[in-house]
Design a protein around this ligand. Structure first.
Ligand code: SF4
Ligand code: SF4
Length: 288
């Protein structure tokens, strides 16, 4: 199964719109939403839940007062102020670093797993779909992304493609989204910050040796910066495989929880179909 990850330097560039639309166009595929902090693909791809499990991405210190001799060392060493002078652990402040447990002379402190999210798998009329919801302020977003991908891989029944809505940015979750993938498609918008974000996110893909392609969303809103993006991509060997025009009807479709493809937006659908065919052609070139 080939894995294609759609990423962006920041949220809101339209990658989920592209992925949800491709879920109606590409055959023999599965989908995964690895944007675990702000997932929204499950709003556009509905199905029947076939798996749900808790995710434990954090640790919290717990003091066993039956063996604590109240020496106060844990309170002294906790640099997060997560242990009060009365030797109570303040869960909201505890980062689970474990230093308190290391210094405790009585082994009175243990680190318990903390639930920080849930992983779901749905059966949909477009294929199997895996996603997760990270709790607000929950830890372990990178590992949760890996869990989502593992869930999808575990459900594979010979599908040819896994379309992944990746995490935005350049941090741990995006690295977890793209590691081991066959290709990334960076979705960007024609603004100066969009170009700067694009450069950063393509650097990440290049660093990990993953073939990267570019889609410029709303390209006609700023032809000059679109040209700059295309020039940058050409000079740096990143093929631009999609240019999607702005259309207020796309916003209307999304407001009604529909992809532009479902809403019958012909121009958008044509562009996304072309993007997919170009991507497939580019990937073929890489294998010959
Ligand atoms: S695990 Fe770390 S953050 Fe939590 S109470 Fe212990 S020292 Fe503080
Ligand atoms: S370091 Fe251990 S023994 Fe000392 S106060 Fe903390 S829990 Fe109690």
């Amino acid at each position: 199964m080939k894995q294609v990850v759609f990423i962006s330097g920041k949220g809101g560039t339209g990658k989920s719109t592209v992925v949800s639309s491709l879920s109606l166009i590409v055959h023999n595929k599965m989908m995964a939403d690895c944007d675990v902090e702000t997932p929204n693909l499950h709003i556009l791809i509905k199905g029947e839940s076939i798996e749900r499990r808790d995710y434990f991405g954090g640790k919290k210190a717990v003091i066993d007062y039956s063996v604590c001799m109240q020496c106060g060392r844990c309170w002294q060493v906790c640099r997060f102020g997560a242990i009060s002078k009365k030797l109570e652990v303040l869960p909201m402040k505890c980062e689970g670093c474990g230093v308190c447990a290391l210094v405790c002379p009585c082994n009175a402190i243990r680190l318990d797993d903390e639930k920080t999210g849930e992983v779901y798998v749905s059966s949909t009329d477009r294929g199997t779909f895996s996603y997760a919801l990270l709790d607000i302020g929950g830890e372990g977003s990178g590992k949760l992304v890996t869990e989502v991908r593992k869930s999808a891989e575990g459900q594979c029944k010979g599908e040819e493609w896994l379309l992944i809505d990746g995490s935005p940015g350049i941090g741990c979750p995006v690295i977890a989204s793209i590691t081991g993938a066959d290709a990334v498609v960076a979705v960007t918008e024609p603004t100066m910050s969009g170009l700067s974000d694009l450069e950063r996110v393509l650097d990440v893909a290049r660093h990990f040796g993953i073939p990267a392609f570019v889609c410029i969303n709303k390209y006609d809103l700023n032809p000059e910066i679109t040209e700059q993006i295309e020039r940058f991509c050409q000079q740096n060997g990143f093929p631009v495989i999609g240019k999607i025009p702005f259309d207020p009807a796309i916003v209307e479709a999304l407001k009604n929880f529909k992809t532009p493809v479902e809403a019958g937006n012909v121009e958008f659908t044509d562009e996304v179909v072309k993007l997919w065919h170009r991507l497939v052609d580019e990937l073929k070139k890489l294998t010959v």
